[in-house]
Design a protein around this ligand. Structure first.
Ligand SMILES: [Zn+2]
Length: 145
């Protein structure tokens, strides 16, 4: 097992604070209403996925647009103060996300990223979840724009 650097630990801590956020609850209740069974925050998997569907060998991450740097999203704009700090912070988060997705796919998991700004259109989200979980095809791109 790797030694966890102080930096990484503090990032892990900040991630723990983000548990059970409203966006995550929205996706969970939608999945529940669709009849899917899932587990939460599985620590044994890379990136500790927010939602794991063991029967589908699938994971879902619900990402805040700012913290995870949603490309092209207006919610992801970097603050005009301490710009360097935020740029480094967010790009670190993005890198960590990409590594986790790559590691999960290597383990045979299908991955879906749901962005916070995509939660407003519930009907579209529901369709997307259904397509993702009912499809036996190769996984949808893990990092949709
Ligand atoms: Zn967004």
């Amino acid at each position: 097992m790797d030694t966890i650097s102080a930096e990484k630990r503090s990032r892990n801590m900040s991630r723990i604070k983000g548990r059970d956020t409203q966006p995550e609850k929205t996706v969970r209740s939608l999945l529940h209403s669709m009849g899917f069974r899932f587990r939460l925050h599985v620590k044994s998997l890379p990136g500790k996925p927010d939602i794991v569907l063991p029967r589908h060998k699938s994971v879902i991450f619900v990402h805040g647009c700012f913290w995870h740097g949603h490309p092209g999203c207006r919610r992801a704009s970097i603050p005009t103060t301490r710009t360097d700090f935020w740029t480094a912070k967010i790009s670190g988060n993005r890198q960590r996300d990409e590594h986790a997705l790559a590691a999960l796919e290597k383990l045979g998991y299908r991955c879906l990223v749901v962005w916070q700004c995509q939660l407003r259109d519930k009907a579209a989200l529901r369709r997307r979840l259904a397509t993702f979980l009912n499809s036996e095809d190769p996984p949808e791109s893990a990092l949709p724009n």
